[in-house]
Design a protein around this ligand. Structure first.
Ligand code: SF4
Length: 335
């Protein structure tokens, strides 16, 4: 890699070094994937959550949030019959809500597996091994389980679910049982130092992952961190580029929070090596109640996603993440 922490963390546009770093990362992506960007849709099926993460407005102590669970049959109809043509994969997300897993996600995954060739990604938090196994048997293949931070004490400070060791163990369990797994971190979390950020990136590279994500911290309303400053887009994009150079074969998303903290942050993520975009396909009537960042979140519809991909000089992939991963890429740790 060659980049020390100081090299990559503080790079900015002043002298062109950041641009060269990002271009090198984009070239590393191109060498593995070409200029293809995978396009998945996300449906946020439940905003109930038993966890209490300090950085998230869906935390259980937020009594001001109207909670919802969507119906599996309506979602199946929406996804099977009305999804955008560019969408090759579907990401089913929820707060950590075992009821939704049982009553919504499992029947939905079975229906989608039966009636479509969509790749099925799940982002449902830390569950039990039998729950992971059942979801896998139903047709899920890619599981997103973020560590958010890679330092155990900081992990406790932000009140992320369980312990960091348990989160890592869950990632290893998923990977050992046939799931392709993605993890990730948040840049700019309160209490995060440059050392913690570097440690977090390095921890990710030791895990059996097929993908990784970097999101800038966005201070959520109705959370203990409401008054903290947002994460820095330059540091976020530098971490994306670092991650791409460390793990050229990973799926690395551009995330809507990048656009929330900086108007061109989303497009620049592709120019720093990202290769995955997400169309928000959650029914409009509940979108505001899924405050992953804040209620006035940026909603990436198909038009915005395709336009960003084009602006970055890339093209949407015709094959799904699932198909790409079936072709046998390595998910061995990269360090
Ligand atoms: S980050 Fe996830 S687990 Fe934590 S409170 Fe939010 S939805 Fe729940």
């Amino acid at each position: 890699m060659g980049e020390t922490r100081q090299d990559f963390y503080r790079l900015n546009n002043a002298d062109g070094t950041q641009q060269a770093f990002h271009a090198r990362a984009a070239a590393a992506r191109d060498a593995v994937f070409g200029r293809r960007v995978f396009v998945r849709g996300v449906v946020e099926v439940s905003n109930y959550c038993r966890q209490n993460c300090h950085y998230c407005a869906m935390r259980r102590d937020n009594r001001q949030l109207a909670r919802y669970r969507l119906a599996a049959d309506e979602l199946a109809d929406l996804i099977i019959h009305h999804r955008p043509a560019s969408m090759t994969d579907i990401d089913i997300q929820a707060g950590e809500d075992p009821v939704a897993v049982r009553e919504v996600v499992l029947p939905l995954v079975r229906e989608l597996h039966r009636h479509t060739d969509l790749g099925i990604t799940l982002c449902l938090g830390t569950l039990t091994p039998p729950e992971y196994d059942e979801l896998r048997e139903a047709g899920g293949h890619y599981y997103v389980l973020k560590i958010e931070t890679g330092e155990a004490q900081h992990y406790r400070f932000i009140e992320a679910p369980g312990t960091l060791a348990e989160r890592v163990e869950a990632i290893r369990y998923l990977a050992s049982t046939g799931w392709k797994v993605s993890s990730g971190l948040i840049v700019g979390l309160p209490g995060q130092t440059a050392e913690i950020l570097t440690q977090s990136l390095q921890l990710l590279t030791t895990l059996p992952l097929a993908g990784g994500s970097v999101s800038p911290f966005v201070a959520g309303e109705q959370t203990p961190f409401v008054n903290a400053p947002n994460g820095c887009i330059e540091q976020t994009l530098n971490c994306v580029a670092w991650m791409r150079l460390a793990a050229p074969h990973w799926l690395i998303p551009a995330v809507s929070a990048m656009k929330l903290v900086s108007e061109n942050g989303y497009v620049r993520a592709f120019q720093a090596g990202a290769n995955l975009a997400t169309i928000n396909f959650t029914p409009r009537n509940v979108r505001a109640d899924y405050p992953i960042y804040k209620r006035d979140r940026v909603i990436m519809d198909e038009e915005r996603v395709l336009s960003a991909i084009e602006q970055a000089g890339c093209q949407p992939s015709r094959i799904s993440v699932a198909e790409h991963l079936r072709n046998g890429i390595s998910t061995a740790p990269v360090s």
